[in-house]
Design a protein around this ligand. Structure first.
Ligand code: GUN
Ligand code: ZN
Length: 436
């Protein structure tokens, strides 16, 4: 399938974009234009500014869509979710290890069938776009077919996506197990076929230490060494039972992070899901090696895993992303996810402002993916992945917004109450990809 071409158009709206962390730069971290115009040329943002000034010199051939008073932001970025878990969400009553064994592994066993994985890939990406999410980093299953399905659908939609075939060779049902050699070869074939094609990227994806033998982790490390520019994604320190199991399986390791370190898997572009119960040594090591911690608050609450310590991550200089973790997570919406992050932090007496929340799900997550120079901002030269948000999407939201006296207050209420209903439209490379 051909990669769809980017569109050219101009969007007039309230424009909001982050170029730094609001917790470091305060009001200097964002640009807000009450009557803004964003000009998109061939899928790339050409200019951003005050509408009256920009309209004067605008190419008359360019269509201008006036969406005031909607809010135009960079499309949301979800740095951790599972493509084969759309029908696992809301499975009752267990913590991580039992949840995997009882619900998730049996479900994932279906994904070698192209009919199953094609249909799931179509559903997942359509649902992400409905929620304003234009980029994701996704785990598929151990079947190469599942990654084939997701890459093909991502290419059809022209989305910037990271995806990986999961590597797992122990402690799961036989139908899901590969071997060190197979995981290595299948990953290499997918890299050759898909990595760098259009906007697609392959992630080396050992599921987590408990489901990989040392030989497999070594193979993952070999892949990482062979492909220094690739993303790596896995799970780390999510649940106490998981951590105890890792201690049994890798008695030589001083802690969980040391297992990944040993195989060369802690580096820039490595995304570690959860990172709840880390020691100071582990946070320091992840930070020093340029890896990112990915906080998944709806999942952490749903599975009773624990509360992410954002302030400890900040103090360690550890870059932190914010993700849905579908289907341990319970919402596709990064607005709803940020609202749950606020509550997780509240339980730790930590804070997340509206600006910081919206930074995290746009420019912050772009930074975590190493793509902070191309997505996550509404600024010239950035790819035109955009979301139009409606802070008055529901009667309850409209009523709340009547009493919002500042931009921050409006944004914080939008994050707290918002979800897919607040997404009026989503654009991928300037093309309308969803309209409410
Ligand atoms: N750890 C290993 N696999 C998984 C998974 O699928 N979901 C979550 N939440 N944690 C994991
Ligand atoms: Zn996960």
């Amino acid at each position: 399938a051909a990669i769809p071409a980017g569109a050219s158009l101009a969007i007039r709206a309230r424009v909001l974009s982050y170029h730094a962390h609001p917790m470091r730069e305060g009001e200097g971290a964002h640009r807000y234009i009450e009557d803004g115009l964003v000009v998109v040329r061939d899928g790339v943002i050409e200019s951003v500014g005050e509408a009256p000034a920009l309209l004067a010199g605008l190419d008359p051939a360019l269509e201008v869509a006036d969406h005031r008073p909607l809010l135009l932001m960079a499309g949301f970025i979800d740095p951790h979710l599972h493509m084969p878990q759309t029908q696992v969400i809301g499975s009752y009553g267990t913590q991580l290890m039992e949840w995997l064994a009882r619900y998730t592994f049996p479900e994932e066993s279906r994904y070698g069938d192209p009919a199953v994985s094609d249909e799931a890939a179509r559903f997942l990406l359509a649902e992400l776009l409905r929620n304003g999410t234009t980029t994701a980093s996704a785990f598929c299953t151990s079947h190469p077919q599942s990654a084939e399905s997701l890459f093909a659908e991502g290419e059809r939609l022209g989305m910037r996506l990271v995806a990986g075939k999961v590597m797992m060779d122990r402690n799961a049902p036989p139908a899901l197990l590969d071997t060190p050699e197979r995981g290595f070869d299948e990953s290499n074939r997918l890299i050759e076929r898909w990595h760098g094609r259009g906007r697609l990227a392959f992630a080396i994806s050992p599921r987590f230490a408990p489901t990989s033998s040392e030989a497999q982790l070594e193979a993952a490390g070999q892949l990482a060494a062979d492909h220094p520019d690739l993303h790596i994604q896995t799970h780390l320190s999510e649940n106490h039972g998981e951590i105890a199991f890792v201690r049994e399986l890798f008695p030589w390791a001083e802690d969980y992070t040391a297992v990944y370190e040993r195989y060369g898997l802690v580096r820039p572009g490595a995304l570690f899901g959860h990172c709840i119960h880390l020691s100071e040594r582990e946070r320091g090591s992840l930070a020093e090696r340029g890896a990112s911690a990915i906080c998944c608050p709806t999942s952490n609450l749903f599975l009773g895993s624990g509360l992410f310590d954002r302030d400890a991550a900040l103090a360690a200089g550890l870059r932190t992303g914010l993700a849905t973790d579908i289907g341990g997570g319970t919402s596709y919406s990064l607005l709803a996810t940020a609202a749950e992050a606020y509550k997780v932090l509240a339980l730790r007496d930590q804070k997340l402002t509206g600006h910081a929340a919206l930074y995290m799900i746009t420019a912050g997550n772009a930074e975590a993916l190493g793509w902070g120079d191309r997505i996550g901002q509404v600024a010239p030269g950035f790819e035109a992945d955009l979301v139009l948000l409606d802070p008055g999407a529901t009667p309850a939201m409209r009523r709340r917004m009547e009493r919002a006296n500042s931009l921050e207050e409006e944004l914080f209420a939008l994050v707290t109450m918002g979800d897919d209903r607040a997404v009026a439209a989503t654009f991928v490379a300037g093309r309308l990809a969803h309209r409410r």
